[in-house]
Ligand binder design. Structure first.
Ligand code: GSH
Length: 209
């Protein structure tokens, strides 16, 4: 199985799941700065020209949440719960995250981390102002849900936690307005104690070995 990645919030999700579950993946770096995601070879794996993507024999999977699900199922991990009611809850958080929370959290990452790294110009104040309003709306929902809970669904970690947390390791550099969200900070501080979440990429794995 090959897992195609670059060090971004979306790729962090399946890389962390692969490491957490011990899934036997070969990590393949796709350097976005060199346009490696637009080569015919890579487009054959993901016609969208985006990372992450996974190849398992003849199976090709793209979309970070689908890849997390595939890896969790393949390894028999509780990260994809067996209980159908919990599966529905996981799906709810995955969809909510893509449409709302990480969508706006990632705007801070784009403006303050990606743009300077890729030489794409200064942060756009209008984009940041729009993201700030939505961020507070949805961070409030998340913070409230996490009261007296250590994970989003049931009483254990699931791929929903890996999805919703995906932009948060970049919070400081991205100047994300997380102050005052005590529950989100507590939950994410606990996730950062997991080696798989703190160091999901093979370069960092090599450093920590
Ligand atoms: N919905 C997709 C988003 C994938 C995505 O936007 N990947 C970005 C990096 S985080 C990318 O490859 N960007 C390069 C491009 O669009 O040219 C997922 O969750 O996998």
């Amino acid at each position: 199985m090959q897992l195609y990645y670059f060090e971004t919030p979306n790729a962090r999700k399946p890389c962390a799941v692969a490491r957490h579950t011990g899934a036997p993946v070969e990590f393949v770096l796709v350097d976005l700065t060199k346009g490696e995601h637009k080569t015919p070879e890579f487009l054959d794996v993901n016609p969208n020209g985006k990372i992450p993507a996974l190849r398992d024999g003849d199976t090709r999977i793209w979309e970070s949440c689908a890849i997390m699900c595939y890896l969790a199922q393949k390894t028999g991990s509780d990260l994809w719960p067996a209980d159908p009611a919990k599966q529905v809850e996981v799906l709810r958080w995955l969809q909510w995250d893509t449409a709302h929370f990480s969508r706006h959290a990632q705007a801070f990452v784009f403006q303050h981390v990606i743009k300077p790294a890729f030489g794409l110009g200064d942060a756009d104040p209008a984009a940041l102002e729009e993201a700030t309003g939505f961020f507070h709306q949805f961070a409030g929902v998340l913070d409230n849900h996490l009261k007296r809970r250590d994970s989003l669904v049931g009483d254990g970690l699931t791929i929903a936690d890996f999805a919703v947390a995906s932009a948060l390791p970049y919070a400081e550099k991205a100047k994300m307005p997380l102050e005052g969200y005590a529950e989100i900070n507590r939950w994410h501080d606990a996730m950062m104690t997991l080696p798989a979440w703190r160091e999901p990429y093979p370069t960092e794995l090599a450093k920590s070995a």
